[in-house]
Design a protein around this ligand. Structure first.
Ligand code: SAH
Length: 412
């Protein structure tokens, strides 16, 4: 049993049911969100901490490996779950704050042609507490607490398809926005390959997070070669669901378009895409493919990506290129995890990277082995990170018109 799977009121009731006063439940909830476990100093008596840790798992996510980008202010994390499975996440640091990319499943069923997450299939869904636990782990790694949160934005763009784990993801969204860290929905983005009935369902939840649709093609015939689930849901149906989402939430849709050399990168593709999107309030995020060796697809040049954006702009579509973040740290979904063999997962692959448990720092970022460059960045961010709710977006893009302009998009 994972204690972070409980909402605050569920946890308080549970604490009472195992024989402790209700106020201890409230204290325990704060301790969990602050990343504490049975060995930590908290305002709970030791015997209560020990008892609850015997009955349930206090921290479901352990950071086992950290890779820092030399080029960018990004950190990739490999996490170990309680059953030994591995998942990953990425922290992206911007001037406005820190964005954490979280996973929603171990592996992925979608098997998109360019993505590393689906290479070994799907193993299981993450529980809501395991999704929340990723924020807890990295926030406390950064020296943050629930009140002084060091993570400003969250993007559900890691391993897995969030809408294929609908109930747990919605429970996570409720916990992350209405309690625990009290994120604003505008500071959370959910990316989907386009499971239309679930997009419509999400539109009715009253959780107006930014919806990102991985379109990657201007028509069904190309899309079906890249995204297998496109055989079940046509582009037309996906965009109709996106329109419904916009109507219900008033949130502009983000269209993600990963450009793959010779597959979807031509002038004609850009023109067709602009016609397709003419009536949807959206912004297109053009992403240069982060090449995954096993997938064999090639990335176009940065110039070709910019040309694609220029064509979209010329035809009246708002679009920017997204920086390819973390290409030196296995930045694409599932790449780091796939490098690490795990006996617990019954993996047969050889380990090319040894991993060990990373001690969770108890004090601040300064206690971590973070490069001076990144340390300076985190420190600089400290002030603004004491939650700037002004920032509605999820990350930064480079605008072709004004490179200084920071738009609300996620980078990988
Ligand atoms: N299943 C969800 C979320 C995970 S992927 C989805 O399909 O949206 C999130 C985004 O990561 C996708 O839009 C895709 O564009 C991007 N992505 C994954 N692997 C990539 C790669 N190798 N290169 C570039 N972008 C990638």
């Amino acid at each position: 049993m994972i204690l972070l799977d409980f909402t605050k009121s569920e946890l308080i009731n549970w604490v009472e049911s195992v024989g402790f006063p209700k106020f201890r439940g409230s204290q325990l909830y704060d301790a969990l969100i602050n990343g504490k476990d049975e060995n930590s100093k908290t305002n709970l008596p030791k015997d209560i901490l020990i008892k609850v840790s015997e009955l349930g798992i206090m921290q479901p996510i352990k950071i086992v490996q950290i890779q820092e980008s030399k080029k960018e202010h990004n950190v990739k994390f490999l996490y170990k779950l309680n059953d030994g499975h591995l998942i990953e996440g990425m922290l992206m640091q911007y001037k406005f704050g820190n964005t954490l990319c979280v996973s929603t499943q171990v592996g992925c069923k979608m098997n998109c042609a360019f993505c590393a997450s689906g290479l070994n299939g799907w193993l299981r869904n993450l529980s809501s507490g395991e999704i929340l636990g990723q924020i807890v782990a990295v926030n406390s790694w950064l020296g943050g607490t629930a009140k002084e949160r060091k993570i400003t934005n969250v993007v559900l763009m890691g391993m897995g398809e969030p809408l294929d784990n609908y109930d747990n993801v919605v429970k996570f969204l409720k916990c992350a926005t209405k309690e625990s860290f009290e994120f604003s929905c505008r500071n959370i983005s959910l990316s989907t390959c386009g499971i239309t009935p679930k997009i419509e369902k999400l539109a009715d939840e009253g959780l107006p997070v930014t919806l990102c649709i991985s379109l990657h093609a201007p028509n069904d015939s190309i899309r079906k070669t890249i995204i297998p689930i496109a055989r079940n849901y046509s582009i037309h149906a996906v965009l109709e669901a996106a329109k419904y989402y916009y109507t219900m939430t008033n949130r502009r849709i983000i269209i993600e378009y990963t450009v793959i050399k010779g597959v979807n990168d031509s002038f004609a593709n850009a023109k067709e895409l602009s016609e397709l999107l003419a009536n949807l309030p959206c912004h297109v995020n053009v992403i240069k493919l982060n090449e995954v060796k096993e997938r064999g697809l090639k990335a176009p040049t940065q110039d070709a990506c910019q040309q694609f954006v220029n064509t979209l702009n010329r035809f009246g579509i708002s679009a920017t290129t997204r920086r390819t973040l973390g290409d030196d740290i296995d930045g694409a979904c599932g790449q780091l995890r796939n490098k690490v063999a795990t006996n617990a997962e019954g993996g047969e692959k050889l380990s090319v990277a040894s991993y060990k448990e990373v001690k969770q720092p108890k004090k601040s970022i300064k206690t971590n082995k973070v490069s001076d460059k990144n340390k300076k960045y985190f420190d600089k961010n400290k002030k603004s990170n004491t939650i700037s709710k002004r920032h509605g977006g999820v990350s930064e893009s480079k605008s072709n018109k004004n490179p200084k302009q920071r738009l609300h998009r996620q980078g990988r």
